[in-house]
Design a protein around this ligand. Structure first.
Ligand code: MG
Length: 453
């Protein structure tokens, strides 16, 4: 019981994304607004991240929505999960102008359903058809939409998280937050302070030129965060991507925590409190499943992409399966008791909760997790799908999972081979209990792929 992946033309895994002035223009945003406003009636909540192109793009998007007869509530600059939460609570749909982790010259739009989830493939394909056909039925003059703004609604999102963790769990804890000049400048410090933490912020001024670091929270970009964690004696440092649906961490020694380890640590904490299944894509590191099964939980695998995780979580819950947690191995984690989307603010708050429940330091908690080795690789080829079909037969005698691409599962090792839907490449991930096993498996599959030319 898993959400199925369908091929889209304009929209990628998480909305439309591209370079401003090339793929992403105000003209496109008017069309997206007209199409969305034709499909969804009522009150639409919109917002944006801090990118310099955001202001013109959101005005174009709003013009399209208003012309299609929707009322628009502009929630201003805010994280994507904050808008998703507000749409779920107040609106009939939503649209977020953001390019997430992409560099400053990029922008895009994510479409949000009334329940706060990102629009699924089936509806997105309907939206694309409308965008391409430009067949928008005219709206009578008296049915034109009205615009209002509600920049203070963001506080509801912050309170919904801090109130989820009552009793001041952050009391006595110092945390360094790095919102990366993005919209989490308005949320993470507020949430953690309300939980009792002493919060020090770096890159805390909103700026679409991203002067401190790029929107992708990479190890290199987080060097200043690590230094500040060490010098301030903080319990941890947290950094977000450009729209704060993801959170990544450094421990009290300033060391970057791999995203799969972070996922495993939080999954362990949740599985010790609740019994049920955790939903994640087939690409997530084995460490996560190992920890979950050790704690008595189970794992449901989905295609790669957060919308498949979120939709599968909903689908399972509708069928009375107890879904306790979900997410991707990139710091994008979904807490279903709060909402069905990746949420960087909630993830940061969860880390405070974990550390308040133990005397151990974050580095010690990470050291206690199982050790796995992961290799990632890609091969350029335009024949990805044919190659995958071709090598499949060679592994018919082995345990395989074809939820997304081809995953060959052996004792203490697996390899995932996927043909990209948007680029002429094959992506490879190997996960094993031993680095040599990783390399051998990688070489084996590469030889098979290259043999196809
Ligand atoms: Mg993001």
């Amino acid at each position: 019981m898993t959400a199925v992946k369908m091929q889209k033309q304009l929209f990628g895994t998480n909305g439309v994304r591209g370079v401003t002035g090339k793929e992403i223009t105000p003209e496109l945003m008017i069309t997206v607004g007209l199409a969305l406003g034709t499909m969804r009636k009522g009150q639409i909540g919109v917002g944006r991240d801090t990118r310099t192109s955001g202001e013109s793009l959101i005005k174009a998007l709003k013009a399209g929505l208003l012309a299609a007869g929707c009322d628009v509530v502009d929630c201003g600059i805010l994280p994507t999960p904050a808008l998703q939460y507000l749409v779920k609570e107040h609106f009939d749909g939503g649209a977020m102008i953001t390019a997430s982790h992409n560099p400053p010259e990029y922008n895009g739009v994510k479409i949000i359903e009334p329940d706060g989830t990102e629009m699924g493939d089936e509806e997105t394909i309907k939206l694309e058809t409308l965008i391409f056909s430009r067949s928008f039925p005219p709206v009578k003059w008296e049915e034109s939409g009205r615009e209002s703004s509600a920049p203070s609604l963001i506080q509801e999102y912050c309170s919904s998280i801090s109130e989820y963790f009552p009793g001041n769990p952050g009391k006595g804890m110092t945390v360094v937050a790095d919102p990366g000049s993005g919209p989490a400048c308005l949320t993470t410090s507020t949430i953690l302070t309300a939980m009792g933490c002493r919060v020090i912020t770096i890159n805390g001024k909103m700026d679409g030129t991203f002067p401190g670091r790029l929107p992708e929270p990479s190890i290199e970009g987080l060097a200043s965060l690590s230094e500040l964690v060490i010098s301030s004696g903080a319990a941890f440092g947290v950094a977000h991507d450009g729209d704060a649906d993801r959170a990544v961490f450094v421990d009290e020694t300033g060391k970057f925590i791999e995203e799969d380890q972070q996922f495993a640590l939080i999954a362990q904490y949740i599985c010790r409190k609740k019994t049920g299944t955790v939903v994640t894509p087939v690409s997530t590191g084995q460490i996560v499943e190992m920890v979950i099964t050790r704690e008595g939980g189970s794992v449901t695998y989905t295609p790669v992409g957060s919308i498949y995780v979120a939709r599968t979580m909903r689908l399972l819950l509708e069928n009375d399966v107890n879904v306790i947690f979900g997410g991707e191995g990139n710091g994008g984690l979904i807490f279903p008791e709060h909402q069905f989307c990746r949420d960087g603010g909630m993830t940061a708050a969860m880390m405070v909760s974990i550390l308040s429940s133990t005397d151990k330091k974050l580095s010690e908690l990470i050291d206690q997790l199982p050790r796995r080795y992961v290799l990632k690789d890609k091969i350029r080829t335009s024949k990805g799908k044919e190659i995958l079909e071709g090598i499949k037969a060679d592994y018919s005698h082995e345990k395989v999972d074809q939820t997304d691409g081809l995953k060959i599962i052996r004792k203490n090792a697996w390899i995932l081979v996927r043909a990209s839907g948007t680029e002429p490449i094959i992506r490879i991930i190997v996960d094993a209990d031993d680095p040599e096993k990783c390399r051998d498996f990688q070489n084996e599959i590469k030889q098979k792929i290259l043999a196809f030319g």
